[in-house]
Design a protein around this ligand. Structure first.
Ligand SMILES: Nc1ncnc2c1ncn2[C@@H]1O[C@H](COP(=O)(O)OP(=O)(O)OP(=O)(O)O)[C@@H](O)[C@H]1O
Ligand SMILES: [Mg+2]
Length: 254
């Protein structure tokens, strides 16, 4: 394999006496969808948090395009082009979808008003409507508070926000869990589109048919460690479940 876009080597993370990651490794290439799967508590969310700056590993290395990086906060990760949709959704419920899309990257008004900190809400709404339309997110209105949307609509906004800003890698921790059939298919289409732009997409999902249909590769975490890797086109449901439960063991993994 050529130099991976993002690589984790032997990450260890403790929460008190719980060892959430026990030397977990992972790779994603540009223009590739990799699903990270594993049983409840396997360490998937912890892993994503370490790779997106939300948590710091106790030891191990993270490399972006072959260079070692320190991700001391999500802001650092974002500045490097790494965006994340967290499982415990981080949308601001009092703000409308447009404001959520531009959270932390607000567009200011031109001239003195902008210099005084006035935001160009009309421009943000116009561009947000365009982006939501492009990504197939259907909202009645982009100027109601997020808290007034359905859970699935909120999840779609969080997905849109991450893919709009990502330039290298997007992590999505169960982005389709709350979605209906139609919205789920749209998010999977968005994932394919983002991949085709050359971005590395990392998907966490418990839905194995979804994993097999959208991924190029699958990496399996078990008890805080990578235990198997598959090409999605060569893996069966039985292989994936076997690796997650420990019934199937791949010997050649460091
Ligand atoms: N903030 C925390 N404090 C203490 N323990 C934690 C914390 N976050 C995770 N853990 C523990 O670390 C382990 C891995 O949890 P993690 O959330 O990474 O699993 P997961 O693979 O994402 O599971 P799920 O599929 O249920 O979302 C679990 O044993 C969990 O209890
Ligand atoms: Mg999780």
């Amino acid at each position: 394999m050529s130099t991976p876009l993002l690589e984790a080597r032997s990450l260890v993370k403790h929460y008190g006496s719980v060892e959430a990651l026990r030397g977990a490794s992972f790779q994603v290439a540009a223009g590739e969808v990799v699903s990270l799967i594993g049983d409840n508590g396997a360490g998937k969310s912890t892993f994503i948090k370490c790779l997106s700056g939300a948590e710091q590993p106790d030891s191990g290395e993270i490399l972006l395009e072959g260079k070692q990086i320190q991700l001391d906060s999500p802001t650092t990760a974002r500045a490097l082009g790494i965006e994340t949709v967290y499982q415990d959704l981080a949308v601001a419920p009092d703000l409308d979808p447009a404001a959520n899309l531009y959270l932390g990257r607000e567009i200011r008004r031109k001239g003195l008003l902008g210099a005084l900190g006035m935001l160009d809400k009309a421009e943000m709404r116009r561009r947000a409507s365009e982006e939501f339309g492009r990504l197939g997110v259907t909202l009645q209105s982009v100027d109601v508070p997020i808290g007034a949307l359905s859970g699935g609509q909120r999840q779609s906004v969080a997905v849109a926000r991450s893919v709009v800003w990502a330039s290298k890698v997007v992590f999505m921790d169960e982005p389709t869990a709350a979605l209906g059939v139609v919205q789920r298919e749209r998010v999977l289409d968005v994932i394919r589109k983002v991949r085709d732009q050359g971005i590395g997409v990392v998907l966490i999902s418990h839905n194995m048919p979804e994993v097999l249909s959208v991924s190029d590769r699958v990496e399996v975490l078990r008890l805080g460690k990578r235990v198997a890797r598959f090409k999605a086109s060569e893996a069966s449901l039985t292989d994936l479940v076997g690796a997650m439960t420990g019934a199937l063991v791949q010997e050649d993994l460091s």
